[in-house]
Each structure stands twice: as C-alpha cells, then as structure tokens.
Design a protein around this ligand. Structure first.
Ligand SMILES: *Cc1c(COP(=O)(O)O)cnc(C)c1O
Length: 379
C-alpha cells in the first residue's frame, strides 16, 4: 500500500538529540530552541518567532494575546481544521463562519465585509495547502474596520504571497510542525509576531502568564504572574529534532515541489484530467507543495475514486468537514455551501518526501484511468 503520508526524517535527528542530552538542559529557552527560532527569522524574515508545542497552542495563544472575550466576534473559515475555531471558542467568542470560494478551499474575500459587525475583532484566515488567500484585499478590509488579522499558516512553511512568506503578513501567524506537515518534530509549531506591539504580551502568554523572560534577561529581580498564559515552550528534545529538519528544508521542498508538479502536469495535460478540478494557484502566490488535492464532481464519485485507488494499493483521503455543521457547532441555517461541497468532493493524494517519482506517476495513471473509464461508460 502507498500510504497517504510518511513523516520525513532527515537522518540527523538522533545526533542533535544526543548533543542536547549531554547538556542536561532540557527545558526553557535553550540553545536548540534559539537556533530554530533564529533560523526561521533569518531565512524567512519573520519579525519574531517563538516555538510552541503545536499550531493549536499558537492559535490559543493568539486569542489570549488579542484579549478576545465573551461577546467578541471572530470571523473564521468554515472549511478549516477544528483548532482554528476552537482557540477562539475557548475565550467565549462568537464564531462567524466565512465560506470558501466556489471550488477552491480558501475563504472568499468578497463575502467578508457582509460578516463584519461592530463586535468583530479578528479575521482569521487559513491558507489551504499553502496557497495564499487574497491578503491585499483582506488586509485592506481589516484596516478599514480596525480588525486584527490572524493567519492560520499551519500548512504554510516556505509558502509566499507576493514574495512575502505566509504567516508574516497578518498581526500573528500560527504554524505547525505536526508529523503530517512538510517538516516536523512529531508535535510542534511556532507563533510568528508581526505586530511589534504584541511581542511583550506574547512573551508573558507563552510562559504561564509570567514575566520569566524578563527575569532571565536580567531585567527584573523576580518573576511574577502578569496575566493569562500557557505552558507553550516545547522541550529541547523536540527542538533538536526540529533543527535537524529545518537544516534540510530546501531539499525537502525541492522534492515535494517536483511531485506536486508531476501530478499537476499529468492531470492538466490529459483529456480525462478535465473531468475534475485542480488546485488554482493565484499568480501572486507561490505554494509549498504541502498537499495535492483534486475536487470531484460529487460525493459518490469521490468515494468511488477512493475505493478505486485503494484497490490499486493507494491511500487517498478526504479532508475537513465544514465546521458550521459539526456536532459541537450546529448552526440552524448552514450558509457556507461551498465549504460543505468541499467536505463532500475534495480528495488528497499521497505526497511526502519518500514518495518516488515512479510511485507518483503510478498514482496519476490510476486517477486518470478511473476518469477515462467513466468517460467511456458516459457517467
Ligand atoms: C495541522 C493544522 C492545525 C493543527 O496543527 P497542530 O500543530 O497539530 O496543532 C491547525 N490548522 C490547520 C489548518 C492545520 O492544517
């Protein structure tokens, strides 16, 4: 069976972990944590990076940093991972769901203004598959209504909008290093702070609500409870693992992009490929080959394709269920129709560093074979 995902290993993880073990310093702002953070700041130009235990944690921190409270409204994509919404629901915010574009997962920026009320505080965007949302338009709307912008950039390492890295455009960007992402440390992530006015607050929120960071810098002679916070700093063991991966990111990206291109070329140059929809990457966006998706015409076709691929030893998987109709948040009148359609029709193909070009070619063949048989049978 060709699995949907295989977590990447660079081969240097164990030696970097042994070095950390020898130091006997496993927690706090240790050397491997600082090295990962400065590597990310220097390579991508993020203003301030703090490693976290997960992207979920970074999103929960964002809600506390922005002082979201009961009664505040937060605009959230309906088509996203649970964590994007849960982070703000935890603070008692009222969630206002924004629909996707027609046949593409990112939010439809043209609908945003109709969702804004005097209670709106934040627009949260999620760049699906590392493909940028229309950030110029979204920032312009946010500025006009005096709103914060949080980017759920969980999938976006090494992805760009107009040559600017995703996650460095809004006030806050939240990234994931979960094992399903391009590079990872099992569970991990980071928060990138682009609004300098939020840096001090972030240092308190990530350190259990204390000013321990000031204490370590020698700026105060004791540390105290300053506000709400989390235990967000990962162990140095995770950071050492991550550092081994960050050092190889260019190689990882080159390989992933080659597989993504192979799928895209094969599908867009074949007659059977016209029977389904492909990812659309806007001219001003550079994606990061985080995942390759296609959009089938309806749910039964999508499920038949999953079965067909499975019979051929290929694991392909669907993705999010629209949050608007989730058991926890059941709105009486679901409005996000495009998001719901994606829940039914979107399919992801295997894409990981160890996938060979030959295997990717075989997967593309099988997808095209499924559609040419349907065309022959006139389905
Ligand atoms: C992976 C992912 C998350 C969660 O990341 P964790 O690091 O597992 O918490 C959140 N949002 C999106 C869009 C994701 O893809």
């Amino acid at each position: 069976m060709i699995p949907f995902n295989k977590p990447y290993y660079s081969g240097n993880e164990l030696s970097l972990i042994s070095e950390v073990m020898e130091t006997r310093i496993l927690t706090g702002d240790t050397e491997p944590i600082k090295r990962c953070e400065s590597l990310l700041e220097n390579k991508y130009g993020f203003k301030k990076v703090y490693l976290t235990n997960s992207c979920t944690m970074a999103l929960e921190m964002a809600a506390v940093i922005l002082e979201i409270k009961a009664g505040d409204e937060v605009i959230i994509p309906a088509y996203t991972y649970v964590s994007t919404a849960n982070a703000f629901a935890l603070r008692g915010a009222k969630l206002v769901f924004a629909d996707s574009k027609k046949d593409q997962p990112n939010i439809d920026e043209d609908q945003l203004e109709s969702l804004i009320t005097p209670h709106t505080k934040v627009i949260v965007v999620m760049h699906y598959a590392g493909i940028s949302c229309n950030m110029n338009k979204i920032l312009e709307i946010a500025k006009r209504h005096n709103l914060f912008v949080v980017e759920d950039a969980a999938q976006c390492i090494d992805a760009y909008y107009k040559n600017t890295p995703l996650g460095s455009i809004g006030d806050i960007g939240c990234f994931s290093f979960h094992e399903t992402k391009n590079i990872h440390c099992g569970e991990g992530g980071f928060i990138s702070i682009n609004n300098p006015g939020l840096i001090r607050k972030t240092e308190i929120v990530r350190n259990k609500g204390t000013n321990r960071t000031d204490f370590i810098k020698g700026e105060v002679n004791k540390y105290e409870w300053m506000g709400l916070g989390f235990s967000a700093i990962p162990s140095s063991i995770s950071a050492a693992f991550l550092l081994a991966q960050l050092q190889k990111i260019d190689e990882v990206q080159e390989k992933r992009r080659a597989i993504w291109e192979l799928y895209y070329q094969r599908f867009s140059s074949s007659a059977a490929g016209a029977a389904f929809k492909l990812p659309v990457i806007p001219a001003d966006a550079k994606a990061n080959a985080h995942l390759f998706f296609l959009i089938c015409n309806d749910e039964s076709e999508r499920n038949e394709l999953i079965e067909y691929l499975k019979l051929n030893g290929i694991q392909a998987v669907f993705h999010y269920q629209s949050l608007e109709i989730s058991p926890y948040y059941k709105s009486r009148i679901p409005r996000a129709e495009n998001a719901q359609r994606l829940s039914e029709c979107l399919l992801r193909l295997p894409l990981y560093f160890d996938l060979s070009v030959k295997e990717a070619g075989f997967i593309a063949d099988k997808v095209l074979e499924f559609y040419s048989e349907r065309l022959k049978k006139n389905i």
